[in-house]
Design a protein around this ligand. Sequence first.
Ligand SMILES: Nc1ncnc2c1ncn2[C@@H]1O[C@H](COP(=O)(O)OP(=O)(O)OP(=O)(O)O)[C@@H](O)[C@H]1O
Ligand code: NI
Length: 333
Amino acid sequence: MIEFRAEHFSLDFEHEKKWYPAVTDFNMHIDAGEMVALIGESGCGKSITALSMIGLQPPNTRIMGHMYLNGENGPEDLNELTKKEWTSIRGRRISMIFQEPMTALNPLIKIGKQVRESLLTHQKGISKKEAKSLVLEQLKSVGLPDVEDLYDCYPHQLSGGQRQRVMIAMAFINNPALLIADEPTTALDVTIQTQIMDLMRQMNKKTNTAILLISHDLGVVSRLCSRVYIMYAGRIVENGPVDEILTNPLHPYTKGLVDAIPDITKRGKPLKAIPGSVPGLYARSNTGCGFAERCEYCTNKCQKEVPPLVQDGGRAVACWNKSFDSGRGNTHD
Ligand SMILES: Nc1ncnc2c1ncn2[C@@H]1O[C@H](COP(=O)(O)OP(=O)(O)OP(=O)(O)O)[C@@H](O)[C@H]1O
Ligand code: NI
């Protein structure tokens, strides 16, 4: 069952009375219980897409297209929600985990109270006492020790990994339909990263929540997600099942990301980095493929025309130099 779907979603930023496209024609779906990754380098548009999914895009933006969340009465268009409707949905049906839990947690309020607050805000009619015991249970279920003591701790008394566990406890406490995690482990040590990722997967299985995992690192998420969307300069350039993307990347950008994954079988060989960087929003040209100037296969056509995202079965790629073997693929998605 599809829980979340984006259809031809676009977002522009206003700057000195001109509009600049940060996200263009974004399509995605996530099933209930599925964990999907959105990958791309810094500045590709991942976070602004995520913020739009939870109704927190900045005011100097305009959005087009649709984002649907499955509701009791069928799919609901998130882009049509009022501010008031968003307050009821945010933290309840859609929740979000950010990169740095220290900024998301209030440093002056005890951990337990903060988690309890997100429960009390949305679940009317439960007592504070009931809420506390639910919170303790939830803190235990995300693998935190001595939860009775922890309940009365302030955020700074916890380690980074523990704080992220608290964020996960909080994000799942109202049983959301959709959870977005934007670089949830980037600020953590590698070993803690793995533990937090495993916890995300465990919670995902337990709750059947649809999860979008955002990262610049294909390696970190590939182990856990079923499908991956690759974003470049505001557009999805490739998507498909993780194993197929890793073994047979079709877009030159995806190839670059795959080559940049550290791998024990490649030990001794230098890691390949993609030369250059993502162009800034105001410096992007609207003609041609966004990746053209960094692409070793770039042709004249690539510089002139934007390649459409061509779908073939479960995979899709937007590159003039890649077409699917069968010839079935040359249809516009
Ligand atoms: N408030 C803003 N006003 C103008 N431009 C913005 C604003 N916020 C983001 N941008 C621009 O939008 C583009 C996408 O930014 P976004 O933060 O979504 O990227 P990202 O993929 O999440 O990168 P990172 O990996 O660094 O988090 C960038 O070019 C960024 O400079
Ligand atoms: Ni980001």
